[in-house]
Structure formats: structure tokens, C-alpha cells
Design a protein around this ligand. Sequence first.
Ligand code: GLN
Length: 272
Amino acid sequence: MLEPTSATLGSWFAFARNHLDDADARALSEAAFGVNYSQLIAGTEIPVPNSQIELLRNFVRRRLDGEPVAYIVGTRGFWRREFCVSPDTLIPRPETETLIETVLPFLTSESRVLDVGTGSGALGLTIALETGARVLMTDVSCGALNVAAQNAEELKIDVQLRKSNWYDNVDGAFDCIVSNPPYVASSDKHLQNGDLLSEPLIALDGGIDGLDALRIVVGGASAYLRQGGRLAVEHGYDQAEAVYTLFQAAGFQCIALVRDLNHQPRVTHGVL
Ligand code: GLN
């Protein structure tokens, strides 16, 4: 890699931009130098220490090796907050904010909410922070639960975290259940591309038709919802019909589909 001769913010940001696309170069430079975007573009002549240059070099190399930016910097923004992520968790995506938008109008500080398969905790913690609801978050992965616990601590929010394979270790009746389960079909080529390659397969792979986890989450929900309670799940853009059928078979009413910001079918919810 051809490197700049001067140790200034501007020349090393230019170095990053020579090797990466603009958004990645910007995010990694901001993280390595501990600056925001305006400081980055205004600071052309500002000197930077060798330790930070070494960090940026390391970040750029890892990115070129295919590591997702979110794992390199350790965080990703979701619903106006930063969440820690690790290779034990999926990287929160904008389309999952559609699920938050879907359930918020139905929740109050009196609500009891269950987030099954919480990963980094982005869903459950956002709901707790936005509504004051009491939230139980579960995951089968201890690594993911550790990240969720770290996020709860950093966001100073009191939630319950529990190791559980879907509903196996859950009891009680909730007002709302949310989940972003693995829903990508095992044979889907996307699993071999981009960020998905580095993300935990257990959080992405939904079996032959991608619906294995959705069958468990939708099929099992009624035992953990009070009468009139709501289930909302994220799913693939081409799974809306199949998920509708699962909701019907599980006894849900008022089943509705919500599209994400790209107008793709993304969330289905219904009332028990
Ligand atoms: N939305 C993710 C993707 O296909 C999949 C997330 C999931 O399986 N829950 O990029």
C-alpha cells in the first residue's frame, strides 16, 4: 500500500479513500482518529500521532480482507443510538427499524415485551428506551447475550436477559413479542457475500426455505402472549405469504404486513 509521507489527518484520510469506498474510509478514519466528519474534512493539516496512524493502517487492511466496518469499529447505529456489536451478533440493519416503528404505537411503560433471539439487543433495548416497557430479551448464544448486556449497561437501561433457545426458557404472558430471527435460506448466495460472510450463521440461516426459526417463533408465540397481545416478526422480502399463513395457523387476527424503507415486505404482525 502506497503511504503518505506526512503525518496529517488529511493525508491519512486520503490514504483510506484511495483504498476503500468513501463511506468506509470515512467511518474507519473517524474511529481511528477519534474525530467527527467535520473535524475530519476540516483538519487537513492537523498532525496525527503514530499510534493512530497504525490503527488506521490496521483498520484499512482488515476492511480490504473483507471484515465488516461495524466489527472493525465495534459499533453500529440503530434508531438514533450506537450499539456495540461483535462477530457473535448480527449487525443491526435499517430494515429492522421497521419492526420498531411497527410496535411502538401499541406499547406503553406498562407493557411487558419479549424479544426472542435478541443478538446485540438492538430491538429489545430500543423498545425499553423508547417506551419504558419491561423487556425480557433472550438468546441461545452466550456471546450475543454478553454483547446485549454490555449495550444495556452503556445505555443505562434495566432489562432482563436470559439464555434460551427461542421459548425454551421463557415463562409468563407478554403484551408483545418481537423477533428478528434467522430467515435466509441455507442455499441463498447472499450468505457467501459481503458482511453476511462474517456474521454468525446461526443468526442468518433459516434452513432449507429460510422459515425454520419463523415456524418456531410464530408457532410458539400464543403460549407466551396474553389475550389481545401482539406478535411482530421480521422476515425476508419473499416470505410474506408464507409468514401470513404461519400467523393464521397460530390463531392470529388482524394480520398485517409492513414494508421497509426500500418498499420490500419486511415485517408481519398480528393480534392473538
Ligand atoms: N436482513 C438480513 C439480510 O439478509 C437477514 C437477517 C436475518 O436473517 N434475520 O441481510
